[in-house]
Design a protein around this ligand. Structure first.
Ligand code: NDP
Ligand code: MG
Length: 390
């Protein structure tokens, strides 16, 4: 039997690079079908030369021409546009969904519709369209495996083992850990003046800029609460967040008998990536073993919702249901982009998200078109708010 094929959506990013690193250690396991990139065409070209996928996807015709120049005579089918992204997501057996933000949603949904095995890093897709995505996964026999380290840790700590048909009875709570980000001990006054580079200097993880800012505001943990709700079918009141600055425990599952199961390891995304790539087997990820003699201690504290209101906003949006999480996500993407571009301050991120949620009342989601319309409305509202605050 030939090895299954894989496409990496968002290959040029942090998760994409880590995925290629793991795959390079096990060339016999997968055939590389497609790599996709957006702005970092030189990186994509290098990856294509090194890994020889059948196809590459870029945003437009000009980028396709540039990539062709960069790879020379390499045998490579170069396609462009959103349709091409959806196409490669349906063509391979396995899809690593690692595009950042709402831009990754259509391809993730296409992979679900095609019944593929989806390794999901793109949490924004689930935050926006949790129910839609789960319905498609169920209707078309697709498989969702979590790449986000917390959700991968929860998955590993669940009682089901390999058999997902075993009911997850006895779960009292999910406990998501959060490092607290680079501003964990900073005053609000100082946070008002932080720069994008300070926000992206995460203490434990090296990640893309958008998720790094989300980690600094704790919106990332809010998005992860919503993601956990959809992935594991656990109600919001049973999902807790605890600050754990060392990022050694990646998350936990608490059971009704008082047991708590946790997954530990060095903070390196290659562990959850290798876990999902090999599941239900295990394979080497290139990650150094956790050295307990070097650990000075494991600390835990409650999140401060006054300095980090984004976490509370995300929980409120999940409670409101329907379109609210999509509005939260859209407003956050707009506000984070404005912050990274120097058009808005760090504290305005939570303010813009809160005001957008106040202006667009939650409504039941009827269809994908309806969701995309809400997403557009929320972005327009948030852009307006950013301009008036600048
Ligand atoms: P990066 O910013 O490093 O990478 C994002 C990828 O998406 C790049 O390949 C980028 O292309 C591509 N991309 C960006 N915009 C578009 C677009 N409009 N259309 C198509 N492709 C696009 O992000 P990360 O790898 O850090 O994160 C990716 C996802 O994984 C996010 O949803 C994040 O929340 C999630 N995640 C990341 C973790 C991490 O440790 N990094 C941990 C857990 C979850 P290009 O670079 O060529 O412009
Ligand atoms: Mg995470």
């Amino acid at each position: 039997m030939s090895a299954p094929s894989i496409s990496i959506l968002g290959a040029t990013g942090s998760i994409g690079n880590s995925t290629l690193d793991v795959l390079a250690r096990h060339p016999e396991r997968y055939r590389l079908h497609a790599l996709t990139g957006h702005r970092r065409l030189a990186t994509l070209a290098e990856q294509c030369v090194a890994f020889k996928p059948q196809r590459a996807v870029v945003p437009d015709a000009a980028a396709a021409e540039q990539l062709r120049m960069m790879v020379g005579t390499l045998e490579l089918d170069i396609a462009y546009g959103e349709r091409a992204l959806e196409e490669v997501a349906t063509e391979s057996d396995v899809v690593m969904a690692a595009i950042v933000g709402a831009a990754g949603l259509p391809a993730a949904l296409a992979a679900a519709r095609a019944g593929r095995r989806i390794l999901l890093a793109n949490k924004e897709a689930l935050v926006m369209a949790g129910q839609l995505m789960l319905d498609l996964v169920a209707a078309h026999g697709a498989t969702l495996l979590p790449i986000d380290s917390e959700h991968n840790a929860v998955f590993q700590s669940l009682p089901r083992g390999r058999d997902t048909s075993v009911p997850a009875d006895g779960i009292a709570r999910l406990i998501l850990t959060a490092s607290g980000g680079p501003f964990r001990n900073m005053t609000l006054e100082r946070m008002a003046t932080v720069t994008p580079d300070e926000a992206c200097a995460h203490p434990n993880w090296v990640m893309g800029r958008k998720i790094s800012v989300d980690s600094a505001t704790l919106m990332n943990k809010g998005l992860e609460v919503i993601e956990a709700h959809w992935l594991f079918g656990v109600p919001p009141e049973k999902i807790e967040v605890v600050i754990h600055p060392q990022s050694v425990i990646h998350s936990m599952v608490g059971y009704v008998d008082g047991s708590v199961l946790a997954q530990l390891g060095n903070p390196d995304m290659r562990t959850p990536i290798a876990h999902a790539l090999a599941y239900p087997e295990r394979m080497d990820a290139g990650v150094a073993p956790l050295d307990f003699s070097q650990l000075s201690g494991l600390h835990f504290e409650s999140p401060d919702l006054v300095r980090f209101p984004c976490l509370a906003l995300a929980k409120t949006a999940l409670g409101a249901g329907g379109s609210a999480p999509a509005v939260l996500n859209a407003a956050n993407e707009v506000a984070v982009e404005a912050f990274l571009d120097g058009r808005a301050g760090f504290l305005s991120i939570s303010q813009v998200v809160e005001a957008t949620l106040e202006r667009i009342a939650a409504e039941p989601l009827e269809s994908l078109e309806h969701l995309l319309e809400i997403d557009r409305r929320a972005r327009a509202e948030a852009r307006n708010l950013v301009e008036h605050r600048a």
